[in-house]
Design a protein around this ligand. Structure first.
Ligand code: 1HE
Length: 266
């Protein structure tokens, strides 16, 4: 199906639309609980690599009762080791285009966020969870292993011990637990996640492109390197950011009383 507003060809399992500077992509296979087949993974890669330059933020969410049931188990045919590596690498490539793509990505979660669905959510930058959300890694009990970057991204969010527990014992976490652990950073009532996600996306779209690049591309790289390299990269990034003409104009706005003050949390 062509996403008319974007001039890109996506599979039927994905819908795309734009609202101003925000590109919205919807997992649209609710009859299979938004299970992620190869076509959907390739479609996500297409979406995140083909965004027009005037898009500033993307928002990912899912149709139906659940965000995603993870890997499409119906496609899990006999693969030899080499084919298995290629399949996992496909997910890595596609999700890398989300985490290190052109724009920050807000994700709105509800219902089951399990297996590869949780790996997909972990590749995004800001996660909003409705209270219906629950998280699990059923790979452990299915005799398989995460393959969509979960071993890399999830320990950074919740720690190795919690991920081990989820995989070894099949433990699931509620939306409230996920919020406390850092799987989401916003919690909403059911049905209110999309509005909250869109409001956050608009806010992010108001940042300079340079700031959004620094936060999504440079910050996680700094967090991965030794402190002395991190300080050097941070010094360079902060210097580049403050030299930008838009930064200078925003600082002048504040100093002359034209910019918003920082307010207390709601
Ligand atoms: C699926 C899948 C799927 C549902 N692949 N078809 N993921 C899992 O182990 C999770 C498996 N799914 C579930 O536990 C449940 O389906 C849910 C809790 C997500 C939703 O339950 P429910 O009662 O709303 O739906 P359902 O009746 O279980 O499923 C509806 C249909 O979706 C049904 O098909 P139908 O033709 O009989 O109607 C299900 O078979 C289908 N369906 N989930 C394929 N996952 C890169 S490595 C990542 C590794 C993993 O992600 S492993 C984790 C896989």
């Amino acid at each position: 199906m062509a996403a008319e507003q974007f001039k890109m060809t996506l599979p039927a399992s994905l819908k795309a639309e734009r609202r101003g500077k925000v590109a919205i992509v919807t997992l649209a296979r609710p009859q299979k609980r938004n299970a992620l087949d190869d076509a959907t993974i390739l479609g996500l890669e297409t979406f995140f690599t083909s965004l027009p330059d005037d898009i500033a933020v993307a928002l990912l969410h899912g149709d139906g009762e659940h965000f995603s049931a993870g890997l499409d188990l119906g496609e899990l045919q006999e693969r030899d080791i080499t084919q298995g590596i290629a399949h996992s690498s496909l997910w890595h490539r596609a999700f890398d285009k989300i985490q290190f793509g052109k724009v920050p990505v807000v994700c709105v979660l509800h219902g089951a966020v399990v297996g590869g669905g949780l790996e997909l959510a972990a590749a995004t930058h800001v996660r909003v969870a409705e209270r219906s959300t629950y998280y699990g890694l059923p790979e452990g009990s299915r005799g398989i292993y995460v393959g969509g970057g979960g071993s890399v991204r999830l320990p950074r969010l919740i720690g190795v011990a919690r991920m081990m527990d989820m995989m070894l014992t099949g433990r699931t976490y509620s939306a409230e637990d996920g919020q406390a652990m850092g799987l989401s950073t916003y919690l909403t009532e059911p049905g209110e996640g999309l509005a909250k996600g869109l409001a956050l996306a608009e806010r992010i779209a108001g940042n300079t492109a340079l700031t959004n690049f620094a936060v999504t591309h440079v910050l996680p790289r700094i967090a991965d390197v030794d402190p002395s390299s991190g300080y050097a990269v941070e010094a360079l990034m902060s210097s580049i950011a403050q030299a930008d003409a838009e930064a200078k104009s925003r600082l002048a706005d504040f100093l002359q009383g034209r910019a918003n003050k920082v307010t207390r949390p709601e």
